[in-house]
Design a protein. Structure first.
Length: 391
């Protein structure tokens, strides 16, 4: 077999392995399905008798904080251990967080936030960028598509594990809610991308534009991911149906990452991000209509929302690599991801504090305003290659 053909298939295997790694990491997105179970259990056991769904979003927020804090360090760990051991280390830490939660869930909500949130998220952060950087090294001309395929695994994890969770925890389809108490443009062209290190990158205006785009879009990601089921329970009394919604939404989350990565390769990051933000803004503004139209529209809207916000996870690492090169992409994208250290707890705080004052309609409008602002930022993102073409 010719070397080039062998090399190509090795690259395909690298991407396939990356998809499987992200399939495991993507169990993070089962939290929207798990949230009512976790809330009800901690009420029932007396660990947190007055816990609410909106307060339980702090677990997801803590996971995002852990991921954001650690991800920028994963590049340094990779240089010492290599990508394989780095992925394994992240998987061990992630699994350790789940294991210890077996004990902490009986002790306090705060410790559960630490173990199932911070530790779990830190494990994801260590492993997350390894498959992306390896895949882009094998297919440097298809960065968007490769990133989309790999992170599709992250989005698809919930498709499998949502059903596993519900079948194990609630086989009789009982109500899940147990109420027992009250700079200048960066030049880039294929393999000739200028490799910019982290210290130089943070001097670029495009780094801050990517950072704030992710910060703003993170509000919608956290809101929909953690509370879609809690909102659905206000007018749909069928836990199995809501679990199925989450599983199919995971397919859109996975497929959307591939689509947005492909679109970025064919057009540009700016155009793709503008379209993704516009779609999400329109969908979240009309989300309340699903309560009037019934479960079918709710099913469709949740799937489309997941498909829309999924673009962030293929577009942002692709833009980072195209702007600042592949050599430091693990560390550089980790720095972009630090926006979630602020975005996640901010979203949890706003949801918890404002739900009783402005209700679901107000929260949807607030989230849509964040997404709209992100779209405005994307309009002014005009990084180009040396031939004047948008990246």
């Amino acid at each position: 077999m010719p070397y080039r053909t062998t090399s190509k298939w090795r690259g395909v295997l690298v991407v396939a392995g990356g998809i499987l790694v992200h399939l495991s990491l993507g169990t993070l997105y089962t939290f929207g399905n798990l949230n009512p179970y976790l809330t009800s259990y901690m009420r029932w056991t007396g660990t947190a008798p007055n816990l609410k769904n909106t307060e339980c979003t702090w677990v997801f927020a803590a996971a995002a904080i852990g991921q954001g804090l650690v991800m920028s360090l994963s590049g340094l760990i990779q240089k010492k251990l290599g990508p394989r051991l780095t992925c394994l280390l992240g998987g061990w830490l992630m699994s350790f967080g789940v294991l210890v939660t077996y004990f902490t869930i009986e002790i306090s909500f705060f410790l559960t936030v630490v173990t199932y949130g911070l530790l779990f998220g830190a494990g994801i952060g260590i492993s997350y960028t390894m498959p992306l950087s390896c895949g882009m090294k094998w297919f440097p001309e298809r960065k968007g598509l490769v990133n989309g395929l790999v992170v599709a695994g992250f989005g698809g994890g919930a498709f499998i594990f949502n059903q596993v969770q519900t079948a194990f925890i609630n086989p009789d389809n009982l109500p899940a809610e147990l109420d027992v108490g009250n700079e200048s443009n960066v030049l880039c062209k294929g393999e000739d991308v200028v490799n910019v290190g982290p210290l130089e990158m943070i001097k670029s205006k495009y780094f801050y534009m990517l950072w704030f785009i992710f910060l703003l879009n993170g509000q919608g990601i956290n809101f929909v991911s953690t509370l879609y089921k809690a909102y659905g329970q206000t007018f749909i009394d069928d836990d199995n149906f809501l679990a199925v919604v989450g599983s199919f939404a995971a397919i859109f989350n996975a497929g959307g990452r591939i689509w947005w990565g492909f679109l970025a390769d064919k057009t540009s990051f700016r155009v793709s991000m503008m379209v993704a933000c516009a779609c999400f803004t329109c969908l979240i503004l009309t989300f309340q209509v699903t309560e009037l139209q019934g479960r079918e529209m709710f099913f469709l809207w949740v799937c489309l929302l997941f498909g829309s916000f999924s673009g962030n996870f293929s577009l942002l690492p692709t833009a980072t690599a195209k702007c600042f090169g592949r050599e430091y992409v693990s560390t550089n994208y980790g720095l972009v991801f630090t926006s979630q250290v602020i975005s996640a707890p901010l979203g949890a705080f706003l949801s918890q504090q404002l739900i009783s004052q402005i209700g679901w309609p107000g929260l949807c409008f607030m989230v849509s305003s964040f997404s709209f602002t992100s779209m405005m930022l994307a309009i002014f993102f005009k990084a180009t290659d040396r031939y004047g073409k948008e990246i």
